[in-house]
Design a protein around this ligand. Structure first.
Ligand code: NAP
Length: 255
């Protein structure tokens, strides 16, 4: 039996979001969920969808604002008590720089991309300690573009490489508190964020054709692996980047 109890979901924009799939699988495994969104607009937008979950509380937390994560986590702890898991499913970059050469990345977008897509995870983990007095599991989402060049992924790849390295350092820092930190490296899946990457449909097609399973990954494939990493079934796993990509990038080219 998996055991996932009460947790925070960051990054559910709509029904196509990876976070939405993760929430569905967590619900199926009996978890209570608390949602964090960037703005009041998105709070309104997901409010109907959130009603499908046993706890439909939504908090606004723009991770780029100083102190926003700490303040929101404090409010959550006060209202709900100890938390068992956190899912960070957040990334952002200017789509004008997710095409063409990485060489042309501007300093402003480099810093903004790193801030939202990487640093926010460190801040989440720092504040996780306070709301997870009994230990827990923290998870983020990454992509293979961090390991090898994927056309147009550009600065997001650099942010994901830093995010993956952060996972190892954060796992090391938080291990003594019984908090595990892992990442799922998901295969490409059509979402709002992914549609900002130039020629994304070509990436999907390329992966579909060369993956051992001869298909693209689904929201549920990713979500079920997340449930495993968030539950006590993975109690001995921390600091790992787990590929959920139909074997495509794990095994390599498959003719
Ligand atoms: P998505 O539905 O567009 O989700 C991205 C989320 O990031 C949105 O919910 C957005 O929140 C949130 N976000 C952006 N800036 C934020 C900020 N300043 N503060 C708080 N939240 C912010 O796209 P997705 O594909 O599911 O992405 C989820 C994660 O999976 C990302 O880390 C992405 O890199 C990763 N991933 C995606 C793929 C793929 O192919 N789709 C593959 C591997 C990994 P708002 O909607 O409230 O703005």
């Amino acid at each position: 039996m998996t055991s996932v109890k009460k947790g925070i979901i960051m990054g559910m924009a709509n029904k196509f979001s990876i976070a939405c799939g993760i929430s569905e699988s967590l619900k199926d495994n009996g978890a209570d969920l608390i949602f964090l969104v960037q703005t009041e607009y998105f709070k309104e937008k997901i409010s109907e969808m959130a009603k499908n979950f046993s706890n439909n509380e939504i908090f606004v937390c723009d991770v780029i604002q100083d102190g926003a994560i700490e303040k929101t986590f404090d409010e959550i702890f006060e209202k709900f008590g100890p938390i068992d898991f956190i899912v960070h499913s957040i990334a952002f970059s200017d789509k004008n720089e997710l095409q063409g050469k990485y060489l042309n990345t501007s300093r402003a977008n480099f810093l903004n991309t790193m801030n939202i897509s990487c640093y926010s995870f460190t801040e989440v983990c720092k504040n996780a300690q306070k709301i997870m007095p009994n230990g827990g599991s923290v998870l983020c989402l990454t992509y293979y573009g961090s390991e090898k060049v994927v056309p147009n992924y550009n600065v997001m790849a650099i942010a994901k490489a830093a995010l993956e390295s952060s996972v190892r350092y954060l796992a090391n820092d938080l291990g003594e508190f019984g908090i595990r930190v892992n990442a799922i490296s998901a295969g490409p899946i059509k979402t709002l964020a992914a549609s900002g990457v130039g020629e994304f449909s070509k990436i999907l097609e390329y992966d579909r054709n060369r993956s051992p399973l001869k298909r693209n990954v689904t929201q549920k494939d990713i979500a079920d692996a997340c449930v495993f990493l968030l539950s006590n079934m993975s109690a001995g796993i921390t600091g790992e980047i787990i590929h959920v990509d139909c074997g495509c990038n794990t095994i390599g080219v498959n003719f």
